[in-house]
Write a protein that binds this ligand. Structure first.
Ligand code: BDR
Ligand code: CA
Length: 312
């Protein structure tokens, strides 16, 4: 079974992706690392510990990540999307679980050093912890089996503003370091995840067919669903992080394009992700030339991903 670490800012859609990972027979979750984004980092840690308990894996270690961005600025928090507690204002997280003594980047480095080329990291939040691990340990990126990222939006709109998706916008310097690190990386962006929608009916189906976790998930999703009506006139929810988890569990549900991927770190397009699709033989310099290839999800089997999310 593939060893997986989930770097996360739970988060409603993070929660769904975490449940998918724990219930899959194909992977072994060897730890969670936490980051700011949907909530601040300490709240992400509480939620991660809590979700390990709800999923039935209370001894899986959770390592707390950075409180601030790579360059040290205070994080942007999306509590207006996920609720003040990050879990739809259900305020249920009172975990007793096991918090690791290492911080997130040290935990990532230790695990990848212990199991070189065997550890896959699924990054569901801003890329601060991953970039920190790359900066601290020059062998980290090469020794990762795979990095699967939820981030960016490719030739499509953002969700913070027209150019930028939230995870990348929250730490664009970190994202650019990660995408140019040479790690074996797959990126799933909003261009795909906004096609994968759970309707009100899908949520009811989960509630009625999944026992305790189904009812729990349904309750947590109500606040998130109200946000989608406000923001997107959508009577349903986007499955961002679950779609990313699906790319790990069944890559055949996607097609991909491969090329150099850079992130804008300044100006009005800060956080914008741009893939060189290999359509040109460039003449002259540009910041994409010579960068390692990154695989970006291009099309998605929507019904296939939804079925996978429901089956786990
Ligand atoms: C991403 O940002 C967070 O709000 C979600 O959990 C997801 O990881 C979507 O832009
Ligand atoms: Ca997330």
């Amino acid at each position: 079974r593939r060893k997986v670490i989930i770097d996360t800012d739970p988060g409603i859609d993070d929660m769904m992706a975490i449940f998918m990972a724990f219930q899959s027979q194909d992977i072994e979750v060897i730890g969670l690392t936490t980051v700011f984004g949907n909530v601040d980092t300490p709240m992400s840690t509480i939620n991660a510990l809590h979700l390990c308990e709800v999923a039935g894996f209370p001894t899986v270690p959770v390592a707390e990540g950075s409180l601030v961005t790579l360059k040290g600025t205070l994080p942007r928090i999306a509590d207006f999307v996920h609720g003040a507690d990050g879990l739809g204002n259900t305020f249920q997280a009172k975990p007793k679980g096991f918090k690791s003594e290492s911080n997130a980047s040290d935990f990532l480095i230790q695990k990848v050093a212990e199991f070189p080329n065997e550890v896959t990291v699924v990054a569901l939040g801003p890329l601060t912890n991953i970039a920190e691990a790359i900066q601290k340990d020059p062998t980290f990126a090469n020794n990762l089996a795979q990095l699967v990222v939820l981030g960016g939006s490719f030739f499509a709109t953002g969700n913070v503003n027209p150019p930028a998706e939230a995870n990348i916008y929250c730490d664009p310097e970190a994202a650019d370091i990660v995408f140019t690190s040479g790690a074996n990386t797959v990126v799933i962006g909003l261009n795909l995840t906004t096609q994968v929608i759970f309707t009100a009916g899908d949520l009811q189906e989960i509630r009625d067919s999944k026992g305790r976790n189904g009812a729990y998930l349904y309750d947590c999703c109500q606040f998130y669903k109200a946000w989608h009506i406000k923001s997107d006139n959508l009577d349903g929810i986007f499955l961002h992080d679950p779609t990313c988890m699906a790319a790990l569990l069944d890559p055949s549900l996607f097609t991909y394009k491969t090329g150099a991927l850079r992130v804008e770190t300044k100006g009005i397009c800060v956080g914008h992700t741009l893939l060189d699709m290999g359509l040109k033989n460039w003449v002259g310099e540009n910041p994409w030339i010579g960068q390692p290839p990154v695989k970006v999800g291009w099309t998605v089997d929507v019904e296939g991903v939804k079925a996978l999310v429901k089956s786990l």
